[in-house]
Design a protein around this ligand. Structure first.
Ligand SMILES: [Zn+2]
Length: 239
């Protein structure tokens, strides 16, 4: 059971190094996996996924679209009330490649008024370098190690199941979707994936990061220089 060569399912490690501050996988030497669900909340689909997770006694992470949280606040509340984590997936599934850094960041901030999370996952996974650098100062960017490809309606639920169980490794972050496109595949593949991997000895956890994760050394120095400049400006004005 080798890892898939399908780039949609699993990216080679050299690509993940382009975004070194992002989280792709959390290897800890333990048999732990992280289930994530993108694009919701959506009526019927998100609650059906929540029911599966509740039945299996599993906590997961939902990367929500701000507009959907605005439209379906009661489903969003249910996700949180049932003990799952939530992350930001922009206000309207905006693609970074298609807009300026300022517009993109404002869109994320708008979504966060409804979501309230320090985790961010970019739709389609792609960001401009400048966007990546700016967002990483404010959010933990969470990517993935394995994608089920449940959104592709030309695939069978069995294929989506295989995409996951044949490609996970310790600490994998796994992506499914609570979207209309993915409904057929995710609702059938998810319980089978959970059962198979639990039988293989894996435990599932939700993603959580301390509210203020440490900034990089470079960031800290940059902030210190900015503070010093501001202090000097203030002193000059006061003089
Ligand atoms: Zn998405």
């Amino acid at each position: 059971m080798g890892r898939s060569k399908d780039l949609r399912v699993h990216l080679p490690d050299w690509i993940t190094r382009i975004f070194p501050l992002a989280i792709w996988r959390i290897p800890s030497g333990e048999k732990v996996l992280y289930l994530t669900f993108d694009d919701g909340p959506i009526p019927n689909i998100t609650p059906a996924i929540l029911e599966i997770l509740q039945n299996k006694g599993i906590k997961a992470t939902f990367f929500c679209v701000g507009e959907n949280v605005f439209k379906y606040p009661e489903i969003f509340k249910q996700i949180k009330d049932e003990g799952h984590s939530v992350g930001n997936h922009t206000f309207n599934h905006l693609q970074g490649i298609k807009c300026s850094t300022e517009k993109y960041f404002n869109n994320i901030e708008k979504a966060n008024e409804y979501i309230g999370s320090n985790m961010f996952r970019p739709p389609h996974g792609w960001l401009r370098r400048a966007q990546y650098r700016k967002i990483a100062r404010h959010y933990k960017i969470v990517m993935w190690d394995v994608i089920s490809c449940d959104y592709d309606s030309s695939l069978s639920p069995k294929k989506c199941y295989e995409n996951v169980v044949n490609n996970i490794r310790d600490g994998s972050i796994i992506t499914f979707h609570d979207s209309i496109k993915a409904e057929k595949n995710v609702l059938e593949a998810l319980p089978a994936v959970i059962d198979k991997l639990t039988a293989r000895g894996y435990e599932f956890r939700k993603l959580e990061f301390p509210q203020l994760y440490p900034l990089s050394r470079k960031e800290r120095i940059k902030n210190r220089i900015k503070d010093t400049k501001n202090n000097i400006n203030r002193l000059m004005k006061g003089a």
